[in-house]
Design a protein around this ligand. Sequence first.
Ligand SMILES: *Cc1c(COP(=O)(O)O)cnc(C)c1O
Length: 392
Amino acid sequence: MDTYSRFPVAFRRGRGVWLWDERGRRYLDAVAGIATCTLGHSAPALRRALGRQLQAVQHVSNLYRIPEQEALAAWICEHSCFDRVFFANSGAEANEAAIKLARKHGHERLGADRPVILTARASFHGRTLAAVSATGQPRYHRGFEPLVSGFRFFPYNDIAGFDAVLDAVDPDAGTPVAVLVEPLQGEGGVHPGDPAFFAHLRRRCTERGLLLIFDEVQIGMGRSGALWGYQKLGVEPDAFTLAKGLGGGIPIGALAVKRHADHFVPGDHASTFGGNPLACRAGLTVAGELMRRDLVAHCESMGVLLREQLDQLVQRHPSRLAGTRGWGLLQGLVLQPGELKAPAIAARALEERLLVVPAGPDVVRLVPPLTIGPRELQELVRRLERAIIALG
Ligand SMILES: *Cc1c(COP(=O)(O)O)cnc(C)c1O
């Protein structure tokens, strides 16, 4: 179906941060499957582990114990503040699970007949009906009304604005039960969360018995330069969702919760494919490589380097570029207001054999594999500069 406006190129082979198209031309990939290919393309560890898994067993359903799933859940819990994990297949599905959990929390713990979940303006939580209803961007809603009810939107990083929205929920119309929020807004323009704002969210949620749920679908799994985005903010949520980077390019999603937020009982939620042996083997392999190769620290130092080079790029082109924002290897190059838009830069970059993806009209998003090295980063910025210059 005609759901994507695609670039006229198809990739047949990948290695590390490089992709080759059908004519054998080589591209530097700063999209990485939109922040999914954590270890780069065709990572040897992933190839080996998935090959072995395919020879053993791929899918059995959740009617039976799945040791790979138990091991991945154990790894997530051991390295985070959480105690239990539910596996899905995508970010939107993980957020669907979080939304159901929040509603159950409201019904059972807060006696809420009409639970209300607060989410941020300019947020992005996915495209299923509930996830899109949670997304604070009207352009994703248009044509799909009626939306799922029970969401209210607050301004991101705005303490007084959040309090105003929380306090304005009319008790006759609904009861706030949860806040669902990205530690760094990715699709919405690469806006890092403000620690003071998030400390305030934590305080207000604890005070009122609301679940604080972080959507770490894009920023989780090392991309921020910390293993989890919440560590950048110094605030522990009650639950978080993961997906993009978790499987290194194999579809997987997850909802992790602290014990006190573990409200699901058998029959409440399910997924045929969720947590299958193949996807969980992929997750375990990505996790293992992050630890073995110290890739989170590597991501942090490469992020600093990328940021320095982008700042210099901004200094060289002040009439076109306004600045940079981001954490680790999720960086946004912010354009000056004007004619030049991020989709045009992405299209021109393709001709320079560089893949980048916009985050809204005014931000070029850079999310290379966490394995990228300093020489490749330099080459990335060189190609990006050529694209910007070529656009006049
Ligand atoms: C990409 C993304 C989603 C949606 O994930 P899908 O796997 O496309 O469903 C949700 N939340 C955030 C923060 C994302 O970046």
